[in-house]
Ligand binder design. Structure first.
Ligand code: FAD
Length: 436
């Protein structure tokens, strides 16, 4: 995104924009995203859908290059997006390849040099300004006047995003969060909740809550849950995962609770079960949940599903009511970065100017995307963060270059289309804002 925004301005000027990627195959995450359809963004993006750094700062960035501008940017590349019922936006082609082809096509069209596999092993700031960028494991290096770190996080490391950008950022003066943990990741159940793995393939719309050891609610999501052979997956669980892992880092008693009946309370379910009379417990539960799930839920909580409601002991009835509205699930671990869709943690946000994505620690450096301490929910929010930060950095670099003697008075090269961000925020309006 940044390379396109800068490349469009520099095309034909003789200045070079070089895009280095350590991966043999570039843009793998775009291809695997959204089940191969690439969930490019969401129709309602706001800071509340993100965690990590300050939501105030995140909001400023997202408003600076918003969903409408993202849609216009892709339309300009010939990629029409459609909004589905869930609010997620996908290419009308339903093919992630369309998105990647459009971006790479524009990179080529603007004369950006895409060099890969070329893994960066070092970025050293020169005493007289600029940087020396070195290739990992070799003596190859070249000078660069400006550097943008867009190395992502650690999710799906085989894609090339394996955390290799973190030491580069640190060496250039940046600080990382104490921990970087998998986000949007499935969870593995322990012995006490092992029965759920027998329901592999069953999904239900639920509420998932993360609570502290003291029982305080830390996060809550309503969405689908999927039972799998190892434990739990599905968007509600994946959204909750980073909150559980983060909480457990300081509070081992933090726990996950599933509400199988959204909108019901312990009291309302207990009362309904009490009024069943000769009706079987299973009959009532099955009206609300899939048959296999209903049976297993009863059995796992010591209730014979074929029992008439009137025969339930008070303790059994209360145990079932409790399980139906806020069942604690024993989680032993998450499935790790290999199965995660994002990284929680990264370069501290206050070290970046949200108006430009410029480093506040190192002159001539910009940081964009998942390398920063920002992670979004499932639904296109992580890509939106990447598009927004990438476009803002691009516009800022263009503004920087235009203030230099070399580009003054030069006409824009024959490279139709400019970064939509540049239209809304003309060069020079970098609006630096203080850290918060
Ligand atoms: C399976 C999966 C599905 C996803 N689905 C969605 C979705 O549908 N919607 C959504 O919004 N988000 C989704 N995401 C998240 C989204 O893909 C990321 O948040 C986004 O790609 C981050 O963009 P980025 O440019 O910051 O980093 P990345 O896309 O991770 O790109 C970083 C690049 O830097 C390169 N690199 C790293 N270190 C070096 C180095 N030292 N030298 C040279 N190159 C280096 C890597 O090879 C990589 O190409 C998904 C993620 C995964 C894993």
């Amino acid at each position: 995104m940044t390379a396109v925004c800068v490349g469009r301005r520099l095309a034909g000027t003789g200045a070079r924009v070089v895009l280095l990627d350590g991966a043999k195959k570039v843009g793998v995450k775009i291809l695997v995203a959204g089940g191969g359809r690439c969930n490019v963004t969401h129709h309602a993006v706001d800071a509340q859908q993100y965690a990590g750094g300050s939501r105030n700062t995140i909001g400023k960035v997202l408003r600076r290059f918003d969903v409408a501008q993202t849609v216009a940017f892709f339309a300009g590349l010939g990629v029409e997006l459609k909004c589905e019922e869930t609010g997620k936006l996908f290419p009308v082609s339903d093919r992630a390849q369309t998105v990647l082809d459009a971006l790479l096509g524009e990179v080529r069209r603007c004369g950006v040099e895409l060099v890969h596999p070329w893994r960066v092993g070092a970025v050293e700031a020169s005493p007289d300004g600029g940087f020396v960028v070195g290739r990992a494991g070799t003596d190859e290096a070249f000078d660069a006047a400006r550097v943008v770190l867009a190395t992502g996080g650690m999710a799906l490391p085989k894609s090339g995003s394996d955390g290799g950008g973190y030491p580069l950022a640190r060496r250039l003066g940046h600080t990382l969060t104490e921990r970087c943990i998998p986000a949007l990741v499935p969870l593995v159940t322990g012995e006490r909740s092992r029965w759920l793995t027998g329901l592999s393939g069953i999904s239900a719309r639920v509420s998932v809550e993360v609570r502290s050891g003291q029982g305080k609610r830390l996060a809550r999501f309503e969405n689908d849950l999927l039972c799998t052979h190892f434990g739990l997956s599905g968007p509600a669980v994946m959204d909750a995962s980073r909150w559980l892992t983060e909480a457990r880092g300081r509070d081992p008693g933090a726990s996950l609770h599933v509400g199988w009946l959204i909108g019901e309370s312990f009291g309302s379910v207990d009362e309904a079960l009490r009024g069943l009379g000769a009706t079987r417990v299973l009959t009532w539960v099955r009206e609300r949940l899939a048959d296999r799930l209903a049976r297993s839920l009863c059995t796992a909580h010591g209730v014979d599903p074929m029992q008439p409601g009137a025969q339930l002991t008070k303790d059994a009835r209360r145990a079932l009511a409790h399980a139906l509205v806020e069942m604690p699930v024993e989680i032993t671990r998450d499935r790790g970065f290999a199965h995660a869709e994002a990284t929680a943690g990264g370069v501290l946000l206050p070290e970046i100017d949200p108006g430009t994505m410029r480093s506040r620690r190192c002159e001539g450096l910009w940081l964009v995307g998942e390398i920063l301490d920002v992670d979004g929910r499932i639904g296109g929010f992580n890509f939106q963060w990447a598009w927004s930060t990438g476009a803002i950095a691009g516009a800022s670099i263009v503004a920087d270059l235009e203030s230099e003697e070399s580009l003054r008075g030069e006409s824009r090269a024959d490279c139709a289309g400019s970064c939509p961000h540049a239209k809304k925020y003309p060069p020079g309006d970098s609006n630096p804002e203080p850290a918060d």
